[in-house]
Design a protein around this ligand. Sequence first.
Ligand SMILES: NC(=O)c1ccc[n+]([C@@H]2O[C@H](COP(=O)([O-])OP(=O)(O)OC[C@H]3O[C@@H](n4cnc5c(N)ncnc54)[C@H](OP(=O)(O)O)[C@@H]3O)[C@@H](O)[C@H]2O)c1
Length: 345
Amino acid sequence: MTGAPRIALVGGTGAVGRTFLELIAQRGFETSSIRLIASARSAGQVLPVPGGAEAVVEDLATCDFAGVDLAFFSAGTPISAEHAPRAAAAGALVVDNTNAFRMDPDSPLVVPQVNGHLLAERPKSGIVANPNCSTIPLARLLKPIQERYGLRRVTVSTYQAASGGGQSGIDELRADTAARLADPAAPAPGNSRFGPGLAFNVVPAIDRFLEHGGTLEEQKMRQESRRILGLDGLDLTATCVRVPVVNGHSEAVVIDTERAADAAEVAALLAGQEEVRVWTEGFPTPRTVTDQPDLVHVGRVRTDPENANRLLLWLVADNLRIGAALNALQIAEKAVSHGIVGGAL
Ligand SMILES: NC(=O)c1ccc[n+]([C@@H]2O[C@H](COP(=O)([O-])OP(=O)(O)OC[C@H]3O[C@@H](n4cnc5c(N)ncnc54)[C@H](OP(=O)(O)O)[C@@H]3O)[C@@H](O)[C@H]2O)c1
């Protein structure tokens, strides 16, 4: 590749895709060109892209990836499974936001602040997988704790926002909330993305249920954390819950450590990590972190008064940015700096 990468954004009209465009502009990520790709529904729309230009949305079904150096996919798992290998075969380095390649041994699963060294070489598949939105901030905090204290067990409960269900999830929460404010007995939205409906509710079901009674989202958190941290046997249990918040995932985390941990020391350790803010007064919430959306926010760091090997903390992170588009862009920034973008074939 000579010059700045030519990029393609599959899912460029969606919640993650639009956040990605915002971040490209905000971070001054250099590109030679930006193509927006979506379904036939949006094909032909003309949308602004960073740098004052415009792009005509292309239909993924018929688009050709020739000449693309970096392709970002955020259009759903089956879509990535079918089309990401096509983009990689055409020479693009793919950064995939879906679940399609996260367990593929030929596609590294990367959180740049944790295992960015994996980007020193172009992956065999040509695809880098971006982890799940709740896994990313958790792994960023677990890594230094693991290095200093050792991890025996992690138990996490998530409080995940409607935006994790895409733009239609946000739209549904707003409409359902308005309907229920007007009439508390209003029926749940038909075909709700959130089962019984999310307004004035919490729903302990994200993604599909598996045979053992857990959900795929919960399994993703366990398997992906193990892979990112390089801890095959990590004992991690998650309960993933959707809450009526527009954007910003929160997590209550209980960490059993090998060695006793002092809360003040842990807070200082976390505060020393890249792009992490530890709240020593008050606590972060999805509403109070919006002025610093590119940081992982941590609060209520404490040890169990009856168990010095048990740490508890609360984290909040913007799922569209840290949990998706920002992590993907940071992967791209690192890949460009390592010279592994473009020109594979
Ligand atoms: N939201 C999050 O916090 C988050 C975090 C991590 C990962 N992700 C993953 O990122 C992906 C997208 O999420 P999102 O929140 O941006 O969803 P979204 O707002 O619903 O956007 C979906 C995007 O995919 C496109 N698309 C849908 N079906 C398509 C098809 N058959 N062919 C081509 N494009 C198609 C849509 O294009 P049209 O305009 O044509 O419909 C749109 O651009 C999902 O796989 C999700 O799991 C999301």
